[in-house]
Design a protein around this ligand. Structure first.
Ligand SMILES: Cc1ncc(COP(=O)(O)O)c(C=O)c1O
Length: 463
């Protein structure tokens, strides 16, 4: 038999089924959610969030770090922080916080999220709050107020030497961290990250402004290697360099006891790659231990701030194909019932790829296609995935209804796309459904938000 069906293509290209994807009767399921049933119930375009994935990701990282800590006889603890900027939604935060974790903030308004969660009893003062970002006066005031209210495990991470002046205006004691600027990859457009400061500046800052001020305790050194955690020479050499900076600082600053290695744990954006999380985490723990031992410095507690890793794989966006356009002999377009620019802005802004699969008609022949959004913008398209550099979909005929999904889209897309605000060409934000699993393993879906209404946009626009 000729193997030219969509199902053959997927099965021949990837190890399939995997990562929670499966096909039953030519229709796709995602973590056992029969997607066609969801589409029949809610229609498209549709965003879904499968919340149990958030907890399983957190527990995966925690158990891998703890296994390595045990294996290496590492004398520090591991703490998992969720970086709120990846997705601020209450359902994400509340699911994440079920797993004994801490939070990382990036701006003033995050503090309001923390207050709301604390009011509901979902976030308690024994938790750590790592406050990153470029500080405004108001952000600093809000942080200090939170510490005054009993959140004494808040750590204000200084992004630049001048930031300390803001805390000096108040009597409130506060734990501090320092962000070290990383050196960028050799092919990047500048050498040193704009985030954080050089090790020389950190040393001067500590000696001149922190050491003798009884309000301040420097507890944490933080960095974020821009490429994310990757098994490359660049990543490991930058990590080693930064570990030596930690040891230098620890030699003059006895209260320093924590290293925050930032976010950047990779996620699956293609079915064609494999991430060896256990190896990466084990190497990180091993490097920290070995370098500290060589330098005669006690090992730090390890913090991470995984954003995408926590939430991305819980999300999906489902579209239907509204129509087809054959623009010349070889270029065929499938037009989706929404916009990539507004619903998956990373695909447009940074060329991000996601796992893309048809949801029905896996029995049909496959064909190469371009996917177009319905804004007027020439850039509103998606036509290459990270594995094949092209997009294949089932070939449909007049009258066929094809649905397809982008998966692992749960991080950053709503905040960058400006969810619920004005959208390009006024294309509305899609319906959003949350999916949970009860103790008996049964799935439950619940509408979180209706499709955005024109009245809301009119209001924002002043009509
Ligand atoms: C300081 C900081 N920590 C953590 C993160 C989360 O990164 P990721 O989503 O790659 O885990 C970011 C992302 O921008 C960040 O700036």
């Amino acid at each position: 038999m000729l193997k030219n069906r969509y199902i053959d293509l997927i099965e021949q290209t990837f190890y399939f089924p995997r990562h929670g994807f499966n096909v039953v009767d030519n229709e796709l399921s995602f973590h056992d959610i029969p997607l066609m049933e969801l589409i029949k119930k809610y229609g498209t375009p549709l965003k879904i969030s499968y919340l149990p994935k958030i907890s399983s990701q957190i527990n995966k990282a925690k158990s891998l770090f703890n296994q390595s800590i045990q294996k290496h006889g590492y004398q520090g603890k591991y703490s998992y922080c969720y970086c709120t900027k990846s997705s601020h939604f209450s359902f994400v935060m509340e699911e994440a916080l079920k797993n004994d974790i801490h939070l990382e903030t990036s701006s003033d308004f995050d503090i309001h999220i923390i207050r709301e969660l604390a009011k509901k009893g979902k976030f308690t003062p024994d938790r750590f709050i790592v406050c990153n970002g470029y500080k405004t006066e108001h952000y600093v005031q809000n942080m200090l107020q939170l510490v005054g209210e009993g959140f004494s495990n808040l750590i204000a991470v200084l992004d630049n030497p001048e930031e300390i002046e803001m805390y000096k205006k108040y009597d409130q004691p506060i734990n501090l961290g320092v962000r070290i600027a990383t050196e960028e990859e050799p092919n990047y457009s500048f050498y040193t990250s704009r985030l954080g400061m050089s090790s020389k500046k950190v040393m001067d800052l500590y000696k001149n402004q922190i050491q003798d001020d009884s309000r301040f305790k420097l507890k944490m050194m933080h960095f974020f290697i821009n490429t994310g955690i990757k098994d490359t020479t660049y990543y490991w050499s930058e990590l080693v360099r930064l570990l030596h900076v930690y040891c230098d600082l620890k030699e003059v600053c006895p209260e320093l006891n924590t290293l925050d290695i930032g976010g950047g744990m990779p996620i699956y954006t293609s079915l064609g790659v494999e991430h060896d999380y256990a190896y990466m985490i084990d190497q990180i723990v091993y490097y920290i231990k070995t370098i500290c031992e060589d330098r005669g410095v006690p090992v730090p507690h390890i913090f991470t701030e995984f954003g995408s890793f926590t939430v991305a794989e819980s999300g999906a966006v489902i579209y239907s194909i509204l129509g087809r356009k054959q623009q010349n002999d070889t270029e065929q377009w499938y037009m989706i019932d929404s916009s990539f620019i507004t619903t998956l802005p990373d695909t447009w802004g940074i060329g991000q790829k996601f796992i893309l699969l048809a949801i029905n008609h896996w029995e049909k022949r496959f064909q190469r296609t371009n996917l177009g959004g319905i804004t007027c913008d020439g850039q509103d398209f998606y036509n290459s995935d990270s594995h094949t550099n092209q997009v294949f979909m089932p070939r449909i005929e007049e009258g066929d209804k094809l649905y397809m999904g982008f998966f692992h889209t749960g991080a950053y897309q709503e905040s960058i796309g400006g969810y619920g605000g004005i959208q390009h060409c006024l294309i509305p934000a899609p319906k959003h459904v949350l999916i949970q699993r009860d103790e008996d393993g049964n799935l439950h879906d619940e509408l979180f938000a209706e499709e955005q209404k024109h009245e809301q946009m009119m209001r924002i626009l002043g009509y």
